[in-house]
Design a binder for this molecule. Structure first.
Ligand SMILES: Nc1ncnc2c1ncn2[C@@H]1O[C@H](COP(=O)(O)OP(=O)(O)O)[C@@H](O)[C@H]1O
Ligand SMILES: [Mg+2]
Length: 378
């Protein structure tokens, strides 16, 4: 891609020494028990707190260096809140956000500054996310200056290079966002995120506000940038089709909780959580890919319950066709299955063939050990 060399040049400044890079095995991003509750206040003069929106409720996940995680779920399940917590546009109620081993969840604004450069966000709405009164040159150039990435006299040429990288005309740096289409504005947002050469980009439904015809172009751009620069993404989407080609690992969210996490192959071919099964059944090519068209569309009935007063036990139970008494009284923990697949359901789908083989092998081994023990005891 033309102009990509700009991103690999050496810079005038190096990453601030305060960021500990951790060891090679430290994940790029590790979120642990992250919680965000928004207070609900009464109307009137006193505005007492009358409840809490449990937008994100005790979620944990990991993004490995150079890899990407998809975060998928219906509207209102807490995806954007998660993205804003990771980028510290919001302060968490509790929990940890570890970036290269450093917990950034409670850093003060000044301490956060070096991390702001490393973690960028691309917003869902390319209309409201760009200041209409600033030129494209200033929108992309400001982070270059704030983070002291290039000398002042080089800012313009770097902005032009970045415009070229994202497929825009470099001569248009003097124009205002209003002069661009939705797809072009999203490219400006991408250039702004790229400008500081982040290690992690939170992409919050970056194509869902765009025309279908433009979506593929922007996805292709993101994919080539990811490959070219080895940037990791936390890629937020409301359906599983979008993240399928982009993310080797996918987490599914429902009403503030992660209900299933797995690598792509495992999740798309063997979804264990009923909610994931329902989401997947809405993806046409996955449906058709099933042998003999066995997988039919599962329709979820009823509305998503309110996150102010979520159902007891399993939050999905009010819409789940497998729900039993235990689902109302006990919250299912996120449990590990074979090959890193994790699911939070008391009645997850039957184990895969690999699971069965593994448990048979384990059982056989246990029998052998037992009989050896018996011989030794004798
Ligand atoms: N600033 C806020 N104040 C109060 N409630 C909020 C705020 N931001 C989000 N919420 C609520 O938190 C829940 C999750 O929202 P959000 O993270 O935007 O979901 P998603 O991105 O998955 O659609 C929703 O019920 C939403 O109304
Ligand atoms: Mg959102």
């Amino acid at each position: 891609m033309k102009g990509l060399h700009v991103m690999t040049e050496s810079t005038t400044t190096t990453a601030p020494a305060r960021i500990s890079e951790g060891s090679g095995s430290t994940p790029l991003l590790e979120v642990r028990n992250l919680v965000k509750h928004f207070p609900v206040r009464s109307t009137g003069v006193v505005r007492r707190v009358v409840g809490q929106v449990q937008a994100v409720d005790d979620i944990s996940f990991t993004v490995q260096r150079g890899s990407s995680l998809g975060l998928v779920g219906e509207s209102g399940c807490g995806k954007s809140t998660t993205g804003r917590l990771v980028t510290r546009l919001l302060d968490p109620t509790s929990g940890e956000v570890r970036f290269e081993g450093n917990d950034i969840a409670s850093l003060r604004p000044k301490q956060m500054l070096p991390f702001r450069r490393e973690i960028q966000i691309i917003f869902q709405d390319p209309y409201s996310s760009l200041n209409p009164r600033h030129t494209v040159g200033s929108i992309i150039g400001t982070p270059l200056q704030v983070h002291n990435i290039v000398p002042k006299n080089k800012v313009l040429s770097r902005v032009q290079e970045l415009l070229e990288v994202v497929g825009l005309n470099p001569e248009h740096y003097n124009r205002y966002p209003g002069e661009f289409s939705g797809g072009q504005r999203q490219r400006i947002g991408i250039a702004r995120a790229l400008a500081v050469r982040p290690k992690l980009i939170v992409a919050d439904e970056p194509v869902s506000a765009l025309d279908v015809s433009i979506q593929a172009q922007v996805m292709n751009l993101l994919e080539s940038l990811q490959k070219e620069f080895g940037i990791s993404f936390l890629f937020i989407a409301h359906d599983l089709a979008v993240v399928r080609h982009f993310c080797p690992e996918v987490a599914v969210m429902y009403l503030g909780k992660i209900v299933e996490v797995a690598d792509r192959e495992s999740l798309y071919t063997q979804p264990h959580h009923p909610y994931t099964q329902a989401l997947l059944s809405a993806v046409p090519d996955v449906r058709q890919a099933q042998v003999g068209g066995r997988r039919e569309r599962i329709r979820l009935f009823g509305d998503v319950p309110s996150p102010i007063d979520p159902p007891s036990g399993c939050r999905f139970r009010t819409r789940c066709w497998k729900a039993q008494d235990i689902c109302a009284t006990q919250e299912p923990p996120l449990q590990a299955l074979a090959n890193g697949h994790r699911v939070a359901c008391h009645f997850a789908a039957p184990p895969t063939i690999e699971d069965a083989r593994a448990s048979q092998a384990a059982a056989a081994e246990a029998v052998t050990l037992e009989s050896e023990g018996a011989v030794a005891d004798a």
